[in-house]
Every structure is written in structure tokens, then in C-alpha cells.
Design a protein around this ligand. Structure first.
Ligand SMILES: Nc1nc2c(c(=O)[nH]1)N[C@H]1C(S)=C(S)[C@@H](COP(=O)(O)O)O[C@H]1N2
Ligand SMILES: [Mo]
Length: 164
């Protein structure tokens, strides 16, 4: 191979590599990222199996998004923060479509909301508002049937950012 052909080959290889690097850093649908404010550090990530290894909460409730009572299971948002060992005042939640909403940590209850990983026992595709959907047991309390709770019911959850 001539020198110029070798260079061409190298350029092509590098171009291929950069495409790979770009796609690897693109949004990872299957892991939940946990970041802390603006601190530059590698985010913690949780897969569905990481979440499955934590104590599960399940409830059946009607919702404004489903026609029939629906069973959700997953882990309380509060316990995810505790497991991550992160303290803060607000949890900013960011969806795949960049919709975001914050919850004051003081408003996180033991069992609500949960980060649901299953709806009626099945994992949820992105099309089905998954794989992570923050939900409340809406039927249990009037305060869960409010615009505030609905706006915090973020689906296609991708990232939790804890803000001091
Ligand atoms: N990923 C994602 N979750 C979201 C939203 C959104 O735009 N994207 N909207 C929120 C708001 S403000 C409310 S009130 C409810 C509204 O749901 P609806 O769009 O089905 O009425 O979902 C919440 N969860
Ligand atoms: Mo809303």
C-alpha cells in the first residue's frame, strides 16, 4: 500500500471510530443516570437489574394515562437516593425528551413516588412510557390526584440530578 493509501485507510478507520464513540455517548435508554448538581464526576448508573435487586414496592391504581386499573412495581425514589448515598434539597428528574421536573427531597415519601420498572408485570418499552416511569398510587390519596403529582409523574425517565 502506498503511503497516501495508508493515510486514507487510517482516516477511514478513525472516522469509523469517531462514529462509534459518538453513538456510545448518545442517550442510554436502559440505564438511569444519577448526577449531583454541577459537580464533574462520573455519574452513577442503575440498570433494571440493579433496581430489581432493591426492595420492591407494588401497587394497583387507576391513572390518567391508562383506561383500567394498572399494577406498577419498582422502587421508591426515596430509597434510590438513599442507596446512592446522596443528600440534597431537590431531585431534578429528566426524561429522554428533556422534559424535566423537580421534587423537593422533603416531599419524597417512604413508598411514593416509585420509579416503576414494570407495568402489569412487564417491562416497559420507550413507546410504553418506559423503561422508567415515576408513578404515585393515585387512588390512595387526593394529593396524588393533583397537577403537582401529575407533573412529577415523569415517564421515560433518564436522569436524576440531585441539587443541593
Ligand atoms: N417524559 C415526560 N413526562 C411527563 C411529561 C412530559 O412532557 N414528558 N409531562 C408531565 C406533565 S406536566 C403532566 S401534567 C403529565 C401530563 O400527562 P399528559 O401529557 O398525558 O396529559 O405528565 C407529566 N410527565
Ligand atoms: Mo402538567
Amino acid at each position: 500500500m502506498s503511503v497516501s493509501n495508508r493515510i486514507k485507510t487510517l482516516v477511514i478507520l478513525l472516522a469509523g471510530l469517531s462514529v462509534h464513540l459518538t453513538s456510545a455517548s448518545a442517550t442510554d435508554v436502559s440505564h438511569l443516570q444519577i448526577t449531583v448538581g454541577s459537580v464533574e464526576r462520573v455519574p452513577q448508573t442503575l440498570s433494571i437489574s440493579d433496581i430489581d435487586a432493591m426492595p420492591q414496592v407494588q401497587f394497583t391504581t387507576s391513572t390518567i394515562w391508562t383506561d383500567e386499573p394498572t399494577t406498577f412495581s419498582g422502587v421508591p425514589l426515596k430509597s434510590v437516593l438513599e442507596a446512592a448515598g446522596i443528600d440534597g434539597k431537590n431531585v431534578e428528574m429528566v426524561a429522554l425528551n428533556d422534559y424535566s421536573v423537580s421534587i423537593p427531597v422533603t416531599e419524597l415519601e417512604e413508598n411514593a413516588p416509585i420509579i416503576a420498572t414494570r407495568m402489569n408485570g412487564q417491562t416497559m418499552s420507550v413507546r410504553d412510557k418506559g423503561p422508567f416511569w415515576v408513578v404515585y398510587p393515585y387512588d390512595d390519596e387526593a394529593k396524588y390526584q393533583t397537577e403537582t403529582a401529575y407533573s412529577r409523574s415523569i415517564w421515560q425517565l433518564n436522569r436524576l440530578n440531585i441539587i443541593e
